[in-house]
Design a protein around this ligand. Structure first.
Ligand code: DX5
Ligand code: ZN
Length: 202
């Protein structure tokens, strides 16, 4: 089980303090949400922040790109410190090419899918990727309500992963807390992203 706190809910005026807290905690990765105001109705942060986080983080950076045309920035995300780069299936016209590009720069490759996107869309790419980021809220904001339909999508995804002999891990992103985490794990989730819960509640 991997826990990845989302810095979206961190204190941006005092990031170093929150990074230190995660370094010293049992959490495994840093989850960084990059939003462009086009793919999602919100803007978060970009390279300077990721580079600053990288300077202090002692754990891998899991970068979740909620942006259109990610290809043109993959190299710079890698150079900024991304160990894992996930792109949205809904934002990529040539997903296979994008995945190859992420791998060629030396990062692990993930594909994120929105709540409305069927698991079947991953069929031809699942064997090539390291991670599926299953969105359990509509991307764009922290602190939203978990979508219950996620459980059945995890089961369907687990079946697809086995059918295709894929090594992909299942990451759940949005509305994750201590209440639903064990049920998510029981359904087959591997990685748990939590923003609000880590910084405001937990
Ligand atoms: C939503 C982001 C999430 C978000 C999770 O667009 O991808 O990573 O920050 O935050 P919580 O846990 O607060 O839903
Ligand atoms: Zn995210």
């Amino acid at each position: 089980m991997i826990v990845a706190p989302s810095l979206l809910s961190a204190d941006f005026a005092n990031l170093e303090k929150d990074i230190k807290m995660i370094n010293e905690s049992d959490a495994d990765w840093f989850h960084l949400d990059v939003m462009d105001g086009s793919f999602v109705p919100n803007i978060s942060f970009g390279f300077p922040v990721i580079k600053a986080v990288k300077k202090h983080a002692t754990k891998p950076l899991d970068v979740h790109l909620m942006i259109v045309n990610p290809d043109q920035y993959i190299k710079e995300f890698k150079e900024s410190g991304a160990a894992i780069i996930s792109v949205h299936i809904e934002a990529c016209n040539h997903l296979h090419r994008t995945i190859q590009l992420i791998k060629s720069v030396g990062s692990k490759a993930g594909v994120a899918i929105n709540p409305h996107t069927p698991i079947a869309m991953l069929k031809e790419i699942i064997a090539d990727i390291d991670l599926v980021c299953l969105m359990s809220v509509n991307p764009g904001f922290g602190g939203q309500k978990f979508i219950e339909n996620t459980y059945s999508k995890i089961v369907e995804l687990r079946t697809l992963i086995e059918q295709r002999n894929s090594k992909a891990q299942i990451e759940i992103d949005g509305g994750v807390d201590l209440q639903n985490a064990s049920k998510l794990a029981a359904h087959g989730a591997d990685i748990f992203v939590a923003g609000e819960y880590c910084f405001f509640i937990g």
